[in-house]
Ligand binder design. Structure first.
Ligand SMILES: C[S@@+](CC[C@H](N)C(=O)[O-])C[C@H]1O[C@@H](n2cnc3c(N)ncnc32)[C@H](O)[C@@H]1O
Length: 575
């Protein structure tokens, strides 16, 4: 499969299973439409009025990636999409057909796991013995034999709830589960999977991402073997930011406190000893992947919510962000009113943490901030960072020293036109509040960071000053405008890219190619858009062919979940 055109703006990579228009991934109608067809059985002329509405999906989003995963399953079983298609018109318009489709199925073997952490399997088709259905099984692991309830249909797959594990696969170890909400909460997918196996799943996600989204590099066999995923030092209690939320029904005053927590996923009965109230938002007192002070903040804010919910006219999200202060070991921190969330005695909750690095005359004092405009601090390997609580900052502090070291070590420039005596430069595109610009600044003469958020740039400048970094300058603007203001010689410059989930703009990638830097380190929380961008950059831009993918490695920023951060290094080919 190759991209359809070399010069289109959107670089469409469409899964081959798609319907006629290859630029679109057509998915899905709304749940209410599928589940509650308003068919007036006494007025036959009204039948067949409801039409299936498809919507465009970004191919690198979870639903877009699912299309590639479905396609792979079809290929494995030598099936066509007609062999698994569901008659959406019928499902939407004939109520009597629903029990046939939305049913309990037993002895289903989970074949594979999606990048979203859901199991995928094949079941018999209600329409015909010659057909099959592809089913998504949340919390199903490859090799499990399970009982499921199908509850929702889509043109090429159905969704289900996991009811029972009939035969568990060897990777399933439910004794590892720590959270009482696991299996219902949409946050974690892998608590019952040994941590090493979690890392293997994530490596597989990266491999698949490059297979699906870097088709040219894959077909030319010019991708390196994907490195093992770097584990997180903390596998629980690592998340420095959580955002529990609640719903208030439209235009209604509620008498009873609404659930406050995280979105629920399906209606699993497989966790038999767990009694969880139904609802689209689960009521969650404690989130075990959150840090201790974040959970203290959650406790405080839940207590406040017991009465304050009556003041809300609509649903909202509560921000919980860890704030880390570095102070002398013997001193006491001055906790002013803004310092953070307060407990039932109206006292600011805080935790003292010992430092286990060279800074042993200092200690850390942590509070939980709830106001998005408030300034919070983070401490990483002797560096301190300040940023607005509501702005982007990496959420797993424990793994940051490892990822920073990895990025630093891969920035080194090694080409013929550059010698050790020559000055080296660093460009940090999408720099946020300066995490990589600052921590990677010491072996280069000059760093230039660019970032679209003026607020983040303000903090990047402040962070450079606070960390005594004198060689960094920051520009407010889109990465796409970066190269206008760059004067460093490209053969001595490395570039860090750390874009948001959607990846880089084509304009930017073309400019990057024209600039032709010595080294590129691309960090991404969406390996699918990363793979797409790298395939495009190397194969479709002017100087792209001069580069090769030196390495790709995952970092487990979010243990127990399906997410993986990927770092890809591009170097210039040697002549
Ligand atoms: C994943 S974050 C990385 C931030 C930083 N590297 C870090 O690790 O803290 C992506 C950043 O890109 C910024 N951003 C989004 N679109 C951008 C664009 N077109 N040009 C420059 N920055 C952009 C966001 O504001 C955000 O700070």
């Amino acid at each position: 499969m190759t991209p359809t055109t070399a010069d289109t703006k959107k670089r469409p990579i469409s899964p081959p299973i798609n319907d006629s228009d290859s630029k679109k991934v057509n998915i899905e109608s709304t749940e209410s439409k599928v589940n509650h067809p308003k068919v007036r059985t006494n007025q036959p002329k009204q039948i067949n009025k409801r039409k299936y509405k498809s919507k465009d999906v970004d191919p690198t989003s979870p639903l877009g990636v699912l299309q590639f995963e479905i396609n792979e399953l079809l290929q494995k079983h030598n099936l066509t999409k007609e062999d698994v298609s569901n008659d959406m018109k019928l499902i939407l318009n004939d109520e009597s057909i629903i029990p046939q489709y939305h049913r309990i199925v037993t002895d289903v073997v989970v074949e594979t796991i999606s990048s979203n952490g859901d199991g995928l399997g094949l079941i018999n088709h209600p329409d015909s013995q010659k057909k099959l259905q592809i089913v998504i099984i949340p919390f199903g692991l490859p090799g499990d034999k399970v009982e499921i309830r199908v509850f929702k249909s889509h043109p090429l797959y159905v969704e289900s709830d996991l009811l029972n594990i009939i035969e568990p696969n060897p990777n399933r170890d439910d004794s590892l589960i720590k959270c009482q909400y696991f299996g219902k909460c949409s946050g974690c997918q892998f608590q019952n999977v040994d941590y090493n196996q979690q890392l293997i799943f994530k490596r597989q996600t990266i491999e698949n991402a490059y297979k699906y989204f870097a088709p040219i590099l894959t077909s030319l066999k010019s991708l390196p073997i994907i490195n093992d995923t770097e584990p997180s030092p903390l596998q629980y209690s690592y998340r420095t930011k959580l955002t529990p939320h609640f719903n208030i029904p439209y235009k209604r005053t509620v008498e009873e406190r609404p659930n406050l927590g995280f979105g629920s996923k399906g209606r699993p009965t497989w966790r038999k000893d767990v009694d969880i109230k139904d609802g689209s938002i689960l009521d969650i007192e404690e989130c075990l992947i959150g840090t201790p002070i974040i959970n203290q903040g959650m406790k405080n804010e839940r207590l406040r919510f017991e009465t304050s919910f009556k003041n809300y006219k609509k649903g909202a999200t509560i921000l919980l962000r860890e704030d880390t202060n570095v102070i002398d070991k013997d001193s006491k921190i001055d906790l002013i009113e803004e310092s953070g969330s307060t407990d039932d005695k109206d006292e600011i909750s805080y935790l003292e943490v010992e430092l286990n690095d060279d800074n042993n005359d200092k200690k850390l004092v942590k509070t939980c901030v709830t106001k998005s405009r408030q300034i919070v601090k983070e401490y990483i390997n002797g560096y301190t960072f300040e940023f607005s609580a509501g702005e982007f900052f990496q959420n797993n502090n424990s793994i940051l020293p490892r990822v920073i070291e990895y990025v630093r070590s891969n920035l080194s420039i090694d080409n013929q036109s550059s010698s050790d005596e020559e000055e080296k430069y660093l460009v940090d595109a999408y720099c946020g509040s300066g995490l990589f610009s600052i921590t990677c600044s010491d072996n280069v003469s000059k760093v230039i960071g660019v970032e679209v958020s003026a607020d983040s740039v303000k903090f990047a400048e402040r962070n450079a000053t606070n960390n005594n970094i004198k060689n960094a300058r920051f520009i407010v603007g889109k990465a796409e405008e970066l190269f206008k203001s760059i004067d460093t010689p490209s053969s001595q410059t490395s570039v860090i890219l750390d874009p948001p989930r959607k990846g880089c703009d084509d304009v930017f990638l073309n400019q990057l190619s024209d600039y032709n830097p010595a080294k590129i380190v691309y960090i991404s929380c969406n390996v699918h858009s990363q793979a797409r961008d790298i395939d495009w950059f190397i194969n479709k831009t002017e100087n792209g062919h001069k580069y090769y993918v030196e390495s790709v490695k995952g970092f487990d920023f979010f243990p127990q979940t399906h997410h993986v951060e990927s770092v890809a290094v591009l170097a210039l080919k040697k002549d």
